[in-house]
Design a protein around this ligand. Structure first.
Ligand code: HAM
Length: 409
């Protein structure tokens, strides 16, 4: 798990600000919750990796608690408990620290921050288009555009219809989705073993693999009837996405399934164009989760966007603006103990006027003061000596462009 030193917080805040600004620009309201949940809320039927990765423990009363591995069950719990007073559809966002006992790899840590965007109570694909457009907006704020990433999407409903066409009954679909999510991550042989464990015969397993050979939406259109409701949804989704200006970033890919069981409809994930990293973000529609958790039927659409992969991508692109951003801080220093009180007054006055001020804690030589102040780019510095006190004024130096302005003491 990570420690964040002040220099790490600079880039972390740039990312969090981008997430928050995009959320607000698209009308999402912020929420938060405790990182500890009951294990009961987080556990689901076996088979999902995320449930195996939960950090759980017992408190002094023997209750089984856990650090959340994701935010979605918590969101569902919160919505369910205020169901009658909340107005739907609701659009909520949060930046949640999540914990997963994962095998550590590039882009995967045991703890990460995850921006969550969710729309609850909207049946139409307008919700999918809206959450994706918000995430694309945040990526734009971070300096990433269509050349840097793409968003691949599919639909579990379409995949379900295609599996039915291949004679694979509904009862096998959930396990098949989880196995297919492993495509490219584990060997095809291991996927076959997972499917066999789920109860599929040899012939059925072969047919599952033929579905994955579909490479374009046109092929799906040829296989499924024109009136297929899930195909209609996809067309509507693409139309809306086009209008949101994100159509060219979207790519249909039948192999996108996602590894969480609660997704029911459109699912999506974003990758860097060169596919050097793991998914930047992932999400989809979950139409049964609220019913499973809170007993009330409500549809949901959302995504999770972690801080780890995006950091690597931004570092690679080396435009992490946070590192270069000017700090706008004013350093106030003094030469001798005799100028301390004047320095304190000056700093206090500047702070009252809304400036960010770093006041020296001890007298220091001009050379070391200016060296300290110059470490942060875009800062200003005032250094008080006996002459300044005598004149009743001092100079505030802009360390970037070497300009000066006078202040009365
Ligand atoms: P997820 O696909 O498991 O979905 O995670 C979403 C994102 O969180 C990933 O794409 C990645 O950016 C980040 N992430 C996940 N695990 C780790 C890890 N161990 N280390 C670093 N980053 C990680 C969910 O969690 C869903 N609850 C998202 C969602 C919200 N769906 C609907 N609403």
């Amino acid at each position: 798990m990570r420690d964040f030193y002040p220099e790490d917080m600079v880039s972390r805040n740039v990312l969090f600000d981008a997430w928050k600004n995009a959320s607000r620009a698209f009308g999402f309201a912020e929420y938060d919750a405790c990182v500890v949940e009951t294990f009961e809320l987080l556990k689901r039927k076996a088979g999902e990796e995320i449930v195996e990765q939960i950090y759980d423990f017992r408190d002094k009363k023997g209750r089984r608690l856990a650090l959340r591995p994701e935010m979605t069950p918590t969101l569902a719990r919160m919505v369910a408990s205020r169901f009658s007073s909340l107005k739907f559809p609701l659009k909520w966002f949060t930046i949640a620290q999540c914990f997963r006992y994962e095998r550590m790899s590039r882009g995967r840590k045991r703890e990460h921050y995850q921006w969550n965007l969710d729309i609850v109570g909207e049946d139409s694909v307008a919700a999918e288009a809206e959450v994706i457009a918000t995430a694309v907006n945040a990526l734009g704020i971070l300096g990433l555009g269509g050349d840097d990433f793409s968003i691949r999407f599919s639909s579990r409903r379409i995949l379900g219809e295609l599996l039915c066409k291949q004679g694979i009954p509904d009862k096998y679909h959930a396990a098949t989705f989880l196995a297919l999510d492993k495509k490219g991550k584990i060997s095809d042989g291991d996927i076959e073993a997972m499917l066999a464990d789920a109860g599929l015969g040899k012939k059925e397993i072969e047919r599952v693999f033929t579905v994955l050979e579909i490479s374009a939406l046109g092929e799906v259109e040829r296989i499924l009837e024109k009136k297929s409701p899930s195909l209609g949804e996809i067309r509507r989704f693409m139309e809306l996405a086009d209008r949101q200006g994100i159509g060219q970033i979207l790519e249909f890919d039948i192999s996108v399934v996602r590894g969480l069981t609660y997704y029911t409809g459109i699912v999506f994930e974003a990758f860097d164009t060169e596919r050097r990293f793991r998914a930047i973000l992932g999400g989809g529609r979950y139409d049964n989760l609220l019913k499973d958790i809170g007993g009330r039927s409500l549809t949901g659409v959302g995504l999770g966007f972690g801080d780890v992969v995006i950091d690597e991508i931004l570092a690679k692109k080396s435009n992490h603006s946070g590192k270069r951003k000017s700090s706008g801080i004013i350093y106030v220093g003094f030469m001798e103990e005799a100028q301390r009180l004047a320095a304190v007054s000056l700093a206090t006055e500047m702070r009252k006027h809304g400036h960010r001020v770093d006041l020296a804690l001890r007298a220091e030589k001009a050379k070391s003061f200016f060296a300290r102040a110059s470490r942060e780019s875009g800062s200003e510095a005032v250094y008080l000596g006996p002459d300044d006190i005598a004149a009743g004024e001092a100079r505030v130096k802009n360390l970037a462009d070497r300009t000066e302005r006078k202040v009365t003491l």
